[in-house]
Design a protein around this ligand. Structure first.
Ligand code: SME
Length: 157
């Protein structure tokens, strides 16, 4: 197993391509979801230099904090609440350029400025969790992030 994630390239696309191949190698052969989520968080946080990267997992009527990298975060989010709960409810990726402009945004850290949240699905197309990434800069995330992060989420079965 590689000891470190090495990111090559200058553009966002090049960096994600470089990350994707290494993350694929990192999680292939491991069937434990939590272990793979934990390594994906570490690879994204340190490889892409994001402020906070973490999973929230659906447990009953709430999202509960799962594996993450970064400062401590809120542990429970209700259905439909905040960016994470909205991604869960709408079953779609939510990109927020300025968290201050998102009604109901849940501020776990005052340093967080922009955010992307992607739901991921179980066998019956039910949302089983969300991947939440925060940036300490405004307007960090776009469709390119959505494409590559969606590909990374397919690695979690
Ligand atoms: N901002 C998120 C809450 C989770 S933290 O960013 C880690 C939200 O509004 O759902």
């Amino acid at each position: 197993m590689a000891e470190n994630i090495q990111i090559h390239g200058n553009t966002k696309e090049e960096k994600y391509e470089s990350l994707l191949s290494q993350v694929t190698a990192l999680v292939q052969g491991e069937t434990d979801q939590i272990a793979n989520m934990a390594n994906i968080c570490a690879a994204l946080k340190h490889g892409m230099d994001f402020f906070w990267v973490g999973f929230y997992l659906v447990k009953g009527e709430q999202l509960v904090l799962g594996p993450f990298q970064g400062p401590v975060a809120c542990t429970r989010i209700n259905f439909g609440k905040g960016v994470c709960g909205t991604a869960w409810k709408n079953k779609t990726t939510v990109i927020v350029d300025d968290v201050n402009q998102f009604p109901g945004h849940i501020a776990c850290s005052a340093l967080s400025k922009s955010e992307i949240v992607l739901p991921f699905f179980g066998k019956e197309d039910n949302v089983i969790g969300v991947l939440d990434i925060d940036s300490d800069n405004f307007s960090t995330f776009d469709h390119t992030d959505e494409i590559y992060l969606t590909r990374i989420l397919t690695l979690i079965h």
